[in-house]
Structure formats: structure tokens, C-alpha cells
Design a binder for this molecule. Structure first.
Ligand code: ADP
Ligand code: AMP
Length: 224
């Protein structure tokens, strides 16, 4: 069966993590989320974490030279050989170029870049109400997707926290960083013919249905 090499693109809070949980289950793909990798590194106090923390707290991007090698190495691991779902990478044109060069060298190609489109106002609403379990990574929203018991993860009962960078001033900074550094990737991947756009303002289940149908179609086309 053909590989599914997928990227989730969209502003912070678009619902990439929410959809990733469903897509990885549908298609049995390893989920590679740069934000999660970096937050784990910060929590463990590794060299990567020490380098990344200041940028993350400010809502800025970690420099390309710090992140590119980490993700390209991760793609070499055995679970990513038959496909992957990347979330949060690439976030700049140089990151996209580095990924493209690496895949080319390995004789692989991107299946699709899934753009989840959401307005800035909606991003602010979503990020200010986002709660996550630091243990399971499951994402909730106090209003749009509350846990069964307030403040507690449905999966294992762990405590839900608000991410440090989900504070109003940082959210605004992250949005402007997205528009300036990451949004150019929409044009970049449109030109490559792999961009697929989804209306991220629909309810999570609807966004998921659209994405799943699109991936199923791409798979079918590939087999014909
Ligand atoms: P991202 O990974 O793109 O930063 P998340 O998946 O963490 O975004 O979602 C951000 C917040 O928005 C979370 O609190 C999540 O529960 C909520 N959310 C995700 N998708 C939707 C949706 N389609 N409608 C309403 N809220 C959503
Ligand atoms: P996220 O969980 O995707 O919202 O990412 C949280 C933070 O991690 C971002 O605000 C950046 O500081 C950092 N980060 C995640 N992915 C990247 C990337 N590809 N390039 C640079 N910084 C990143």
C-alpha cells in the first residue's frame, strides 16, 4: 500500500492536534508534533529544551537550525517509514525546503498538506479556553469540548492544565508569527500541488469527516 506522508498546517488553535488524534487512529500513522516534542524536552531539561524554552514562552519560533535536525532525525525512525502525520512542522519556508530535500533523497514524497483554516478571532476564542492533559496529550476546550469532569482528563483522570503560551499576549504574538512566517507555506505547497484546504470552523466531527474522505480519495487515486 502507498505511504501516507501527511502534514497538518494551520494557525495555532486551528484544531490540528484535535484532528491528529482521529486521523492517526483512522490510518494508523505515527504522530509527530513538534510542539509536543519541544514541550517534553523542556520538561526533561534536555539541551534541546534549554535552547527552546525562551522562544516558546514568548510565542516565537525556535530557530530553524535547532528544530530541523530534530525532526529529520525523527522521520528516520522505523515507525515513520511507511507514513507519518506531521503537526507543527514545517513552520517556515526553510523548514519546508529541508523536509522536501530530505524526502527527495529518500525517494519519498508528500501525499498531502492538510490546511485547517480558521479566523484569528476563532483562534483567540479557542486558545484562551484550551486545556490539555500534560500526561496523555488529550486536548479539551472549557466550552466547545469540555471533559466529563471539570479539570480532569477523560482518558486517565490526570489533571488538565492551561499551556503557558495560551495567555492572551502570547496568543497575539503567535498569530502574528503564523501570518508572517508560516502562512507563506500555503502558497509554497499550493505550487507543489499538494495543498488541501478544510474549513476548520465546522464542528470537530465534521472537519474530521472531510479530512478522512479526502485522504481516502487520495489513496484510491494512488492505487488506480
Ligand atoms: P492546534 O493543535 O491547531 O493548536 P488544538 O487541536 O489544540 O489546536 O485545538 C485548539 C482548541 O480548540 C482546543 O481547546 C480544542 O478543544 C478546540 N477545538 C479544536 N477543534 C475545534 C472545532 N472544530 N470547533 C471548536 N473548538 C475546537
Ligand atoms: P505548538 O504546540 O505547535 O503550538 O508549538 C508550540 C511552540 O513550539 C511554538 O510556539 C514554537 O515556539 C515552538 N515550535 C513548534 N514547532 C516549531 C517549528 N516547526 N519551528 C519553530 N518552532 C516551533
Amino acid at each position: 500500500m502507498a505511504e501516507l506522508n501527511l502534514i497538518l498546517l494551520g494557525p495555532p488553535g486551528a484544531g490540528k492536534g484535535t484532528q491528529a488524534e482521529r486521523i492517526t487512529e483512522d490510518f494508523n500513522l505515527p504522530y509527530i508534533a513538534t510542539g509536543n516534542i519541544l514541550r517534553a524536552a523542556v520538561a526533561e531539561g534536555t539541551e534541546l529544551g534549554l535552547k527552546a524554552k525562551g522562544y516558546m514562552d514568548a510565542g516565537a519560533l525556535v530557530p530553524d537550525e535547532v528544530i530541523i535536525g530534530v525532526i529529520l532525525d525523527r522521520l528516520q525512525e522505523s515507525d515513520a517509514q511507511d507514513g507519518f502525520l506531521l503537526d507543527g512542522f514545517p513552520r517556515t519556508v526553510p523548514q519546508a525546503e529541508a523536509l522536501g530535500a530530505e524526502l527527495k533523497e529518500l525517494g519519498r514524497e508528500l501525499t498531502a498538506v492538510l490546511l485547517i483554516d480558521v479566523s484569528d478571532d476563532e483562534v483567540v476564542r479557542r486558545l484562551s479556553g484550551r486545556r490539555v492533559s500534560a500526561k496523555t496529550g488529550r486536548v479539551y476546550h472549557v466550552e466547545f469540548d469540555p471533559p466529563k469532569r471539570e479539570g480532569v482528563c477523560d482518558v486517565d483522570g490526570s489533571r488538565l492544565i492551561q499551556r503557558d503560551d495560551d495567555k492572551p499576549e502570547t496568543i497575539r504574538n503567535r498569530l502574528s508569527v503564523y501570518h508572517e512566517s508560516t502562512e507563506p507555506l500555503v502558497g509554497y505547497y499550493t505550487e507543489e500541488g499538494v495543498l488541501r484546504r478544510f474549513d476548520g470552523e465546522r464542528p470537530p466531527a465534521e472537519v474530521h469527516d472531510h479530512i478522512r474522505a479526502q485522504i481516502a480519495t487520495l489513496r484510491l487515486e494512488d492505487r488506480l
